[in-house]
Design a protein around this ligand. Structure first.
Ligand code: HEC
Length: 307
């Protein structure tokens, strides 16, 4: 009886599930599929090749220095690098006096306390300081940027899907919204104060196009500073800020892989050596040969097969 009741209850539950499946499926197919603006207009990052890519990648110090120059002259007006110190620039090939001068002449001073009065004040940066944000805090940053917060760029190439390629695409992706796009998705029309950029997941970004014209930065090494070149260089620099020890990681990885290959070869020969005796016995006596296994004990004994 209990079994019967259980069966009926189970049947009822299965029936309800089946009905809800059909209702859901009918609903899915009967309502037209609405495309969202993000889905239709958002573009995936353009491919970007950097010297630091791949397991053997190395930083191109010339490029990193150019990228630093772009950061210093353009991006630093709004973005800080709270995890990178001026003295870390030594890794890009800058000498100590150059780093001192860069810190000393940095456009934003770092927060400090006036030793005479104890009041909050600012002082010139020194090599051990991090790259300061130009804003006192997030409230001030939002106030100056249409209520959007310019993120700290130290880890930005790790923090966004698409990484370096995304940053590069974002910097070169600004364009006017077409009339057709506005007609299709009136809600995605760029509001006043924002800028259309199909690589930004939200499509409209509060950052005004930072790189706009060729020659915006004059490179010390004579490289032509097109918008594309500046975007690539500053992206390469931001890959370095996010992972300054990338080259060490690549070198360690390579050493570990070579060690594992050698260890595997040694382990294989050790295995052959250890089992050689046992395998030889099996071969001679043939006890494990399926043909011999099928034989009777007496037949095995006659043929001198063990077991
Ligand atoms: C005038 C100020 C300003 C300058 C100059 C500027 N930015 Fe921005 N940036 C912003 C603001 C504001 C945001 C936040 C945008 C938002 O959330 O809509 C932002 C966001 C970003 C983001 C994050 C986008 C995301 O996915 O959230 C990146 C990356 C970025 N900026 C890179 C740069 C680089 C590289 C430069 C220099 C070439 C630069 N910015 C120069 C104001 C600026």
């Amino acid at each position: 009886m209990v079994r019967f009741i259980g069966f009926i209850v189970g049947l009822g539950l299965a029936g309800i599930l089946l009905i809800s499946l059909f209702v859901g499926a009918a609903d899915y197919f009967s309502t037209p599929h609405e495309e969202t603006a993000q889905h239709a207009l958002h573009e995936h990052a353009k491919p970007l090749k950097l010297a630091s890519d791949g397991p053997f990648g190395h930083f191109d110090n010339q490029q990193l220095q150019r990228g630093f120059q772009v950061y210093k002259e353009v991006c630093a007006a709004c973005h800080g690098l709270s995890l990178v110190s001026f003295r870390d620039l030594a890794a890009l090939g800058y000498e100590e006096p150059e780093i001192k001068a860069i810190a000393d002449q940095w456009a934003t001073e770092v927060p400090s306390i006036n030793p005479d009065t104890g009041e909050a004040s600012t002082r010139k940066a020194i090599p051990s300081d991090r790259f300061p944000s130009p804003y006192a805090n997030a409230v001030a940053a939002r106030a100056a940027n249409n209520n959007a917060l310019p993120p700290d760029l130290s880890l930005i190439t790790k923090a966004r899907e698409g990484g370096a390629a995304y940053t590069y695409s974002l910097l070169t992706g600004y364009r006017p919204q077409t009339a057709d796009e506005v007609k299709r998705f009136p809600d995605a029309k760029t509001p006043a104060g924002l800028h259309y950029n199909p690589y930004f997941p939200n499509l409209n970004i509060a950052m005004p196009p930072p790189l706009t014209s060729e020659g915006q930065v004059t490179y010390a090494d004579g490289t032509k500073s097109t918008v594309d070149q500046m975007a690539k260089d500053v992206t390469a620099f931001l890959v370095w800020t996010a992972e300054p020890k990338l080259e060490n990681r690549h070198a360690t990885g390579l050493a570990v892989v070579i060690f594992l290959i050698v260890a595997s070869i040694l382990a294989y020969f050790a295995y052959r050596n250890i089992w050689a005796e046992a395998k030889r016995k099996v071969r001679v006596t043939g006890a494990l040969d399926p043909k011999n296994q099928a034989k009777s004990r007496a037949a095995k004994g006659e043929e001198g097969i063990a077991g």
